[in-house]
Design a protein around this ligand. Structure first.
Ligand SMILES: Nc1ncnc2c1ncn2[C@@H]1O[C@H](COP(=O)(O)OP(=O)(O)OP(=O)(O)O)[C@@H](O)[C@H]1O
Ligand SMILES: [Mg+2]
Length: 265
């Protein structure tokens, strides 16, 4: 579909990487990338499956940008608002991710589908996950997460890997020095359990969760370093300390893994 641009363009700021995200009326325009057709197929599947927690694809505009529906709400941008760190928000996020996974599980990507590279699980993929469930890629309404946005890093993975990525940001699994002040006093162990309960994560996945988080940190570090070498937004993130943050998060997890694990068994 060809969508005309005739309205005022309002820049949307949020994440770190993608430049040129704008709102035009009830739509969002974003630069395309090689994986865009695959992501659009996923979003169309989610729509057909009745999952309403993601933008709809409207097409490509005359400037070659993807056109998505604009969803009302706020994304979790620093400084975080108090509602973003509540247990209620975490529980709602777990439910949202579970509904997304259940809808995505019936999606069969084309054999030649192109996906963005990224760290991943050793286990065979179960679905196409979001793979970037950071706070700024989630929209809140009435203080509760209700939609996922920014599917740029979506790729075949396991449910658990997507859960681990979400928990890295939301429990959060991080060195407190890298956190927003409102997150520093959160009790991460109980929050891991709360999320797992709300998601309905089976015991075998809970037992593996923190080992997979460690694996993810080491793989993410290597992949982010490689991406930074390409330049652009990734290079800027790396220069601003993204690698150091991953290392600190890994060290924090090492120091607390046994305590945290006790909440998962
Ligand atoms: N479909 C949408 N509906 C409403 N707001 C959106 C939508 N898409 C993006 N936004 C807003 O624009 C901000 C930036 O969008 P997006 O996450 O797509 O790009 P980015 O964060 O700059 O990219 P990246 O995460 O790759 O760094 C979001 O935090 C959100 O506030
Ligand atoms: Mg984003």
């Amino acid at each position: 579909m060809f969508v005309a641009t005739s309205r005022r363009e309002v820049p949307l700021l949020g994440g770190d990487v993608t430049e040129g995200v704008v709102r035009v009326g009830d739509t969002v325009r974003r630069p395309t990338r090689p994986s865009t057709p695959s992501v659009h197929a996923l979003l169309r599947h989610l729509e057909a499956a009745g999952f309403d927690g993601a933008p709809r694809v409207l097409g490509i505009d005359e400037r070659g940008r993807e056109v998505l529906t604009y969803l009302e709400g706020e994304s979790g941008i620093r400084p975080l608002p108090p509602y973003a760190v509540t247990d209620e928000a975490l529980t709602a996020l777990a439910g949202l991710l579970r509904r997304f996974h259940d809808a995505a599980a019936t999606f069969r990507p084309a054999r030649d589908a192109v996906w963005e590279d990224g760290s991943n699980d050793d286990r065979p993929p179960e679905l196409v996950g979001h793979c970037d469930v950071n706070l700024d890629n989630v929209l809140f309404r009435d203080g509760r997460p209700y939609a996922l946005i920014d599917f740029d890093l979506a790729r075949p993975t396991t449910r658990l890997f997507d859960v681990v990525t979400a928990l890295r940001h939301w429990a959060p699994i991080a060195d407190p020095v890298d956190l927003d002040p409102l997150q520093r006093d959160l009790r991460v162990g109980p929050r891991l359990r709360l999320f797992c309960d709300a998601y309905g994560l089976p015991p075998r996945d809970r037992r593996r969760l923190l080992d997979l988080a460690r694996l993810r940190f080491s793989r993410s570090y290597v992949i982010m370093r490689a991406r930074a070498a390409i330049g652009g937004g990734w290079a800027r993130m790396w220069a601003e300390g993204a690698g150091e943050r991953i290392r600190r998060a890994g060290a924090w997890l090492d120091a607390h893994q046994d305590d945290l694990h006790a909440h998962l068994v």
